[in-house]
Design a protein around this ligand. Structure first.
Ligand SMILES: Cc1cc2nc3c(=O)[nH]c(=O)nc-3n(C[C@H](O)[C@H](O)[C@H](O)COP(=O)(O)O)c2cc1C
Length: 259
């Protein structure tokens, strides 16, 4: 025979179940927050390393080794985008450029631009690739429109602020097999040694339909991806924009003067 419970008991029981589960869900959200933040940080570090070539996406390097390599070889700085001045008071580890760009208080409407981006962050992040005290290169976050989506990546340059060390795209919604080939290491490997600016440091990087020549013959171009010309052009425009006056141009100028 089923037992009859009083209305009061039923209400109490339902409330107790609700309280129990809400405590459990809140506790796990709080405890996971820390881990999610650590994973977010690691993800950034890993992508910066991929751009430099110090790690590759083939999974050969462990998470611990990547974190150690990042600690030894990379120094992050927050800069004021317009002036290129390093913002010593802002902790780079806690700065997220994407969040800053989406926050109206930390960003501004972008002037019409070839990268097709609507907002620009007031501050941006730059990474130095170091060997002890010597800066061997720079890693710059780049973002711009592809055919279907906003593409996010990192561009690594030599300390001459001209020559590509590597590039890594880590977020976009271009078509797999077409535009998504921007992530293909076979394509990104062809960027190494190319010069993204001319002798006056004016951005000149581009993609060539039908194929670029060798680094020596055709230093300012890479192959356009077959069947994905529009994404490829978006990538070239993105690189040009971020090396220019509204991107990292002022910082790169200051960096060269300081050498
Ligand atoms: C379903 C579909 C998905 C496509 N995805 C891409 C893409 O991600 N990137 C791109 O540049 N072109 C994409 N294209 C092709 C473009 O529409 C366009 O034809 C192409 O960029 C031209 O490049 P091509 O001159 O190398 O053929 C796609 C086409 C179709 C039908």
């Amino acid at each position: 025979m089923p037992k009859n419970f009083t209305t009061g008991y039923n209400i109490f029981f339902a409330a107790a179940v609700c309280v129990f589960w809400s405590i459990l869900v809140s506790a796990s959200a709080v405890s996971l927050k820390d881990r999610q933040e650590k994973n977010r940080q690691f993800d950034k570090q890993r992508n910066v390393l991929y751009a430099t070539g110090l790690a590759t996406p083939d999974g050969e390097m462990s998470r611990e080794d990547m974190m150690a390599t990042y600690k030894e070889k990379i120094r992050a700085y927050v800069i004021e985008r317009k002036t290129g001045k390093v913002q010593d008071g802002i902790d780079a580890a806690g700065f997220d450029q994407k969040t800053a760009t989406l926050d109206a208080k930390q960003s501004m409407a972008a002037p019409k631009n070839i990268a097709g981006i609507p907002r620009l962050p007031n501050n941006a992040i730059v990474y130095h690739l170091v060997d002890g005290e010597t800066v061997e290169g720079l890693v710059l976050p780049i973002v711009g429109r592809g055919l279907w989506s906003t593409m996010y990546g990192y561009l690594a340059l030599d300390a001459d602020t001209k020559t590509v060390r590597g590039v890594a795209f880590y977020e976009h919604k271009e078509t797999p097999g077409l535009g998504a080939e921007i992530e293909n290491p076979k394509w990104t490997a062809t960027w190494k040694g190319r010069e993204v600016v001319d002798d006056a440091f004016k951005p000149v990087f581009n993609v060539k339909k039908g194929g670029a020549g060798s680094v020596a013959e055709d230093p300012h171009n890479v192959d356009s991806i077959t069947g994905a010309t529009l994404t490829s052009v978006g990538v070239a425009n993105t690189v040009q924009f971020w090396l220019g006056e509204h991107g990292f141009g002022p910082y790169l100028e200051t960096f060269r003067q300081g050498r």
